[in-house]
Write a protein that binds this ligand. Structure first.
Ligand SMILES: NC(=O)c1ccc[n+]([C@@H]2O[C@H](COP(=O)([O-])OP(=O)(O)OC[C@H]3O[C@@H](n4cnc5c(N)ncnc54)[C@H](O)[C@@H]3O)[C@@H](O)[C@H]2O)c1
Length: 382
């Protein structure tokens, strides 16, 4: 355990994962500073008064409203800290395909500014924890009869227009078998968001050790739970579906509904991240964080409708978004072994807790159609 790490800066600490982490760290006796721009997409038009995420940490942490694209804001925030947990990011996979400069600027340039300060100025930082993502893997890992382990490229309109959504690999005629993605799996992101996450991770893992700072990267799967922004129509399928259900609107499930993701509950993600902050064994290493279970998007929609007891139709549309992956779930062998992490909340338990929390929140406007229109007008949604 690091006994001397007391002061923790969380960038993006007013966001979903960051705010939950901040509250848990405060309980454990840390002093927490948050640097966050209170982005309108996550926190709405009047964040100071109406963002439940911001309200949850306000008056509990030292809050600096600022952006990771400003050297000044970074310098203010880094002063006197022991650990940086770097969470601030633009996070919409689909949106990253047409707001490329913004994603590169916040995610890559923001990280570069931090590293420049650490490399060129006096500071007290001993550890940097970065939120990487399963999106860096692109399509997951598969076993084939003909070629053993394969990493299929992202899918093309040719097959998907014909209703064939499963991944393909050249020379493999028989169906591919999905297996868990371990940390050694091929890195080949299929979105600009994924590229920026890969870049953040690689820059931090490469530069920090040369400065005597311990880097730790967590490749989070799909995180969900209380606190997730119900305003953001660009990412977070559970919150998007919830807002649709609460508005009495039908849920439109992409493809054939059998696409899967690994949904990991927020408390498990916070626990894993704290192990990364506190355990020396985590230093200079990177870890998958997930539930290790693959769940179809259709099952998510059905489970939500069941929990909200609202009779909205679930339409399987056959539509798809270019850049979306078909399947991916985490192999947790490494994090179990090195950090002794074990996810504790099952999907059924997690969804129950999540929907109970949503029931206590205001119903947000359903802006999902707007995000789809933005993709459609650019040929990214079929
Ligand atoms: N939620 C997931 O499923 C998931 C999965 C994999 C990785 N991640 C990564 O974890 C991190 C946290 O994700 P989250 O779900 O809490 O996202 P979130 O959108 O809820 O929080 C991100 C926070 O960053 C802030 N922010 C955005 N741009 C900023 C800027 N320029 N300067 C300062 N702050 C800025 C936002 O205001 C927001 O409070 C992100 O880096 C994300 O890429 C999340």
């Amino acid at each position: 355990m690091h006994r001397k790490l007391k002061n923790i800066l969380i960038t993006g600490g007013a966001g979903f994962i960051g705010s939950n982490l901040a509250l848990k760290l405060l309980k454990r006796g840390y002093k927490v500073t948050v640097l966050d721009s209170l982005s309108q997409q996550i926190h709405g038009d009047n964040p100071i008064l109406t963002s439940p995420l911001f309200q949850s940490i306000k008056d509990k942490v030292i809050f600096i409203e600022g952006t990771v694209t400003s050297k000044n804001d970074w310098e203010k925030a880094i002063h006197g800290q022991d650990v940086i947990v770097h969470f601030a990011a633009e996070t919409g996979t689909g949106q990253s395909m047409y707001e490329i400069q913004k994603y590169v600027d916040v995610n890559i340039n923001g990280t570069a500014i931090m590293l420049d300060i650490l490399a060129n100025h006096q500071h007290s930082i001993k550890k940097v924890v970065v939120a990487s993502s399963r999106s860096i893997y692109g399509e997951g890992k598969y076993k084939s009869v003909e070629n053993g382990i394969v990493y299929p490229k992202h899918r093309t309109a040719f097959y998907m227009d014909a209703g064939d959504y499963e991944v393909k690999y050249p020379g493999c005629k028989q169906a591919l078998e999905l297996i868990a993605t371990d940390e050694e799996s091929k890195i080949h992101p299929s979105s600009v968001y994924g590229i920026t996450k890969q870049n953040q991770e690689q820059m931090i893992m490469t530069v920090c050790p040369t400065l005597g700072i311990a880097p730790v990267a967590f490749r989070y799967q799909n995180v969900y739970g209380p606190g997730q922004s119900l305003k953001n129509p660009y990412t977070g399928i559970l919150s998007i579906f919830s807002t649709q259900i609460k508005n009495g609107n039908p849920i439109n499930v992409f493809e054939d509904g059998k696409e899967t993701r690994d949904f990991v509950y927020i408390d498990d993600v916070v626990s894993a991240t704290i192990l990364g902050i506190e355990k020396i064994e985590a230093n200079n290493d990177l870890f998958n964080v997930g539930s290790g279970v693959s769940t179809s998007v259709l099952a998510v929609a059905e489970e939500l409708v069941k929990n909200y007891k609202k009779n909205v139709p679930i339409n399987i549309t056959g539509n798809y978004r270019l850049g979306d992956i078909r399947h991916n779930f985490a192999d947790l062998t490494k994090i179990r072994k090195i950090l002794e992490f074990e996810p504790e909340i099952s999907f059924e338990q997690g969804i129950k807790k999540f929907t109970e929390w949503v029931n206590t929140q205001d119903v947000e406007n359903d802006n999902y159609a707007r995000s789809i229109e933005e993709m459609k007008s650019r040929g990214l949604y079929k």
